[in-house]
Design a protein around this ligand. Structure first.
Ligand SMILES: Cc1cc2nc3c(=O)[nH]c(=O)nc-3n(C[C@H](O)[C@H](O)[C@H](O)COP(=O)(O)OP(=O)(O)OC[C@H]3O[C@@H](n4cnc5c(N)ncnc54)[C@H](O)[C@@H]3O)c2cc1C
Length: 282
């Protein structure tokens, strides 16, 4: 279990800027940097309004930012942060299948928000789960469905296949699958979840199959399900001028705090969040 002063969740300009400054303030830093398709900047062919890097592609900019943070001593975990829980004075974060213990947390997840299926929100914790590690044991010997929007669902489905009697795998968004796998592929695209007779039915255009449990995996987590109790203003996280949220030693930076959605603003907010965390931890 890696322990650190500061856990930064995200892998865009806000996160890398925050990591760099936090290291310069001598904090130990872990960055939870999901390798996923939700990183907006990856898609930018050419950026012309960031000082010092004329006509750079988004990919190249991110490579430089990341390398600079790594060179400064930030530790990277290439996985999705799935849940943050306060425990006394520390925060415990489930990151991939690891738990990271930190004294402070910076949220720098960008503005991408997962779109939930009809029925999903109401059924979370009642047969529907976003975490195989947390809830898999409840379905030992039972039939489950895995609904996945990215390659990260494959490892989860493999894990669940070792516990459950049957695992059906639905691709919500097209992604590569290994030639050999221990689960059954379901061709339909999930449209809705319904609870009936103690089971969860996954409806597609042409099928309706019932399961004891349904696990859903996406490359992003909405801020309020990531960190219960976090105040939101619509889709964004309200912060003060120190980038502090409503929770103690939790800061937010970048697109997730709202407009303008710009690289320079994300970098500036990441820098402020790191300085605030360093002051508060001193
Ligand atoms: C096509 C395009 C062109 C653009 N061009 C420009 C431009 O020219 N100039 C400009 O200033 N801005 C531009 N922007 C906007 C700019 O990309 C964003 O403002 C900027 O990237 C925001 O940085 P960020 O760090 O807040 O978030 P992001 O860059 O969105 O990074 C957030 C990262 O965190 C990761 N993440 C999310 N949730 C988790 C989690 N739970 N655990 C771990 N990781 C997670 C995501 O996968 C993502 O990679 C452009 C955007 C697009 C889409």
């Amino acid at each position: 279990m890696p322990n650190c002063d500061l856990l930064i969740i995200g892998s865009g300009p806000a996160a890398w800027s925050c990591a760099l400054t936090a290291r310069q303030r001598d904090l130990s830093v872990v960055v939870a940097a999901a390798q996923s398709a939700t990183g907006w900047l990856q898609k930018a062919e050419r950026i012309d309004n960031y000082p010092g890097m004329p006509a750079v592609s988004g990919k190249e900019m991110l490579r430089i930012f990341r390398q600079q943070a790594v060179d400064a001593g930030a530790q990277i975990m290439d996985s999705l942060a799935r849940q943050v829980q306060p425990l006394g004075d520390i925060y415990m974060t489930l990151c991939g299948n690891d738990i990271i213990e930190s004294r402070a947390v910076v949220l720098a997840m960008g503005a991408a928000r997962p779109k939930l299926l009809p029925g999903e929100d109401e059924l979370i914790g009642q047969g529907v789960s976003w975490c195989g590690t947390c809830d898999g044991m409840f379905y030992r010997g039972k039939d489950v469905a895995v609904l996945s929007a990215w390659h990260g669902g494959i490892e989860e489905a493999e894990f669940l296949s070792r516990l459950c009697a049957k695992v059906d795998y639905y691709s919500m968004v097209k992604h590569d699958l290994p030639a050999e796998h221990p689960f059954t592929l379901h061709e339909g695209k999930p449209l809705e979840l319904i609870r009936e007779n103690g089971k969860i039915t996954v409806k597609t255009e042409s099928s309706a199959d019932a399961y004891d449990g349904v696990f859903i995996f996406r490359p992003a987590v909405s801020p309020d399900s990531l960190l219960p109790g976090l105040a939101l203003d619509g889709a964004f996280i309200p912060v003060d001028r120190r980038m502090a949220t409503n929770l103690p030693r939790v800061y937010a930076a970048g697109d997730c705090t709202g407009a303008p959605l710009q690289i320079a603003k994300a970098v500036g907010e990441g820098n402020i969040a790191a300085i605030s965390a360093a002051e508060d931890l001193r």
